[in-house]
Design a protein around this ligand. Structure first.
Ligand SMILES: [Zn+2]
Length: 295
């Protein structure tokens, strides 16, 4: 069996820290920024398996770059929220044998990136909400053109808030990958924006929104890997969503359990994370998916 050092070398994790030493398996191999397995917001046990992680890298896997906009303002709760989302992404994509490989964090400090900390703006007025949403969309594209990490990972921007959206990601399946890479979005990779939404620190909504954030994080990743929404809610707002092909039908009970159901129709944040075999097949074919490292 490969040593941890071999595994990290094969997924191009840089070991050139002090004395070339591995500082933390939790950080270097699982991508937990806090160097420990994150706590579950509802107190359920969280644990990771080194063996499962290595096995998942021996099969199809993806690498992630987490771009933390306004990282210097993160509290410990925010850090845990983000690490928990990474933890859940491992679990969610393991359902369909897609491993999460290297997870690198990139800090984008508030001073330099303050224009992108919040995408769009708060408003109660309907017309101005539409303008804010358009602005949020433009800004997220601008951000992905401005910053792109030069490696084979998927860039996932985490911003403070996106008004009018929980997250955003272009859909690009294997055929569209090249087009997306050089066309509409300008960068070799796409933006996936989640929100860290620090506003709810002290409210009882925190736990719920930690679970919600984790689901959004994996849901946006699903879009990037080529998945559309599974269904449309019985609600015209959802019918108008750009990721809803016109062939979609209203959500069945089963659809509501799917990761790619929108937040409105989804039953709830913890368990509505199912992927079908067909979806699994599709994501595993995406151009950015890596083949397994040698055993
Ligand atoms: Zn969506």
């Amino acid at each position: 069996m490969a040593s941890i050092r071999d595994v990290l070398n094969r997924i191009d994790v840089d070991l050139s820290g002090p004395n070339g030493s591995i500082i933390s398996v939790n950080k270097e191999l699982f991508g937990f920024h806090q160097s420990r397995v994150p706590a579950d917001p509802e107190g359920f046990e969280t644990k990771v398996s080194l063996l499962e992680k290595i096995r998942s890298l021996q099969g199809k896997h993806i690498h992630l770059n987490i771009l933390r906009v306004g990282h210097d303002q993160y509290s410990e709760l925010d850090e845990n929220r983000l690490d928990f989302a990474i933890y859940r992404a491992h679990e969610i994509y393991a359902q369909k044998n897609l491993g999460i490989g290297r997870v690198l964090h990139f800090n984008m400090n508030r001073e330099k990136f303050k224009d992108y900390e919040r995408l769009g703006y708060p408003t109660d007025n309907e017309a101005s909400k539409r303008r804010s949403k358009k602005r949020a969309k433009e800004k997220s594209h601008e951000l992905s053109r401005k910053v792109a990490i030069d490696n084979d990972g998927i860039d996932m921007f985490v911003v403070l808030k996106i008004y009018g959206y929980l997250g955003r990601s272009p859909i690009c399946g294997p055929d569209e990958y090249q087009k997306e890479a050089h066309g509409k979005y300008g960068a070799k990779k796409a933006v996936i924006a989640g929100f860290i939404d620090r506003a709810d620190h002290t409210s009882g909504k925190r736990k719920k929104s930690d679970l919600g954030f984790a689901r959004t994080f994996s849901h946006e990743l699903g879009h990037y890997l080529g998945l559309h929404h599974t269904c449309v809610a019985d609600n015209t707002i959802f019918f108008n969503h750009p990721y809803n092909p016109t062939t979609l039908s209203p959500c069945t009970a089963e659809d509501r359990d799917n990761l790619m159901s929108q937040t409105g129709p989804a039953w709830e944040a913890r368990d509505s994370i199912i992927l079908t075999d067909k979806q699994g097949k599709k994501i595993r074919k995406h151009g950015i998916v890596k083949n397994g490292i040698p055993k």
